[in-house]
Design a protein around this ligand. Sequence first.
Ligand code: FMN
Length: 242
Amino acid sequence: MPDETISLMKNHRTYRQFDEDYQLSDQELQQILDSARQAPTWMNGQLYSILVIKDPQIREQLVAWNPGNPHMRHSSVFLVFLADLKRTQKVAEYKKTDYNVGQSVDPLLVAVADAAFALQNAVNAVEALGLGSVVVGSIRNNIDEVAELLQLPDYVFPVAGLSIGKPTVPMAVKPRLPQAAVVHFDTYQDYDYSQIEDYDATMKKFGELRETKDWTQKFADVFSRPASQKVDDYLKSHGLLK
Ligand SMILES: Cc1cc2nc3c(=O)[nH]c(=O)nc-3n(C[C@H](O)[C@H](O)[C@H](O)COP(=O)(O)O)c2cc1C
């Protein structure tokens, strides 16, 4: 039913606490993977891969590096979505053609987008099964260690993980920015800064405990910090960027 799909997406929320005894069935996992793999993809390139991580030791190590996300160990399954330009590199090798993906940022962008579309389809499938999930971008905080642990080859970049399980703590639907600050008709239109400030008030009212700052302050801080070069270095050393 189309209205059910829309209602599912409008009711999305992240869950971070899961029933440790809940075993995801093979059938449920398959439904999630099949949904992910049917996402739209640039030129039908399918420039991504999915790691299904069940091994408790791997999951424990991921949490040791990133203790803020203990669900990577306690969820039923942990998936990692990879931008993957290795497969097409194999093609180039077999066809004996040049492989110039690192010469521009565009192949990387489309591969990351492909991985993200697949991830979002997985999130929707999880929710359609009555389960919950949390996207884990912070696996990239230890990108070199994570890549070694997961034995990622060159041309592969970990975009984000996804902890999936049966939620134990209810969560509320989080309000979004005002539509006027996000949606434009025909051409990009400037909007008043008050639209952004309004969102600080909305989020304050929402009262999310894990947020310690206003939304505007959070991003003023994040984007004024000197940027880490870790991801850039990883991309350069893995053939994905000049
Ligand atoms: C790329 C990406 C990375 C994320 N990384 C994390 C993370 O490392 N840890 C976490 O708890 N949530 C993470 N999230 C979840 C966001 O915090 C969450 O989606 C956002 O606050 C909106 O809340 P909602 O999903 O409940 O609507 C991530 C989400 C995305 C899209």
